[in-house]
Ligand binder design. Sequence first.
Ligand code: ZN
Length: 156
Amino acid sequence: MSIRFQVSFFCQNCGSKFRRHRWGTGKHKKYVWQCINRQLNGVESCSTKPVKEKELEQAFLRAMNKVIGLKEAFMKTLIQNINKRINNVEQEYSMEQIDSRLTELQQELMSLVRLNAKTGLDTRVVDKEYSTLAAEIELMAAVFVFKTGVDVREIL
Ligand SMILES: [Zn+2]
């Protein structure tokens, strides 16, 4: 595998970028990654030693596996929560209520988009508002699909 084109590594000690170097030639050729600060300004400026590419790759793979594991756990919780909320909403609202709430949310979303286009509001505020609305629309749409078997995105 080749990691050198996809990621940048930063020195934990001084924050500089790492750069890839070739050591040796022919059969003895190997690659190491070195802190640029240390390389340019000497050993006194940074104490981080060069790292063999093989070791870096292994550390990178370990970190990736950890991230993937966390993501899977997160997705599982998310799906459980959505299922739970779908059940709640389904019991709380009638089909008509869900339908009219969806229309309402849709209009809110549209006016938010229009307002933003007109005034150029603080994007952080709009983004937050937008994702709150979008999340409720998603939930309502999911219940709608669940109850009717109609994909609401085809209607909206
Ligand atoms: Zn460094």
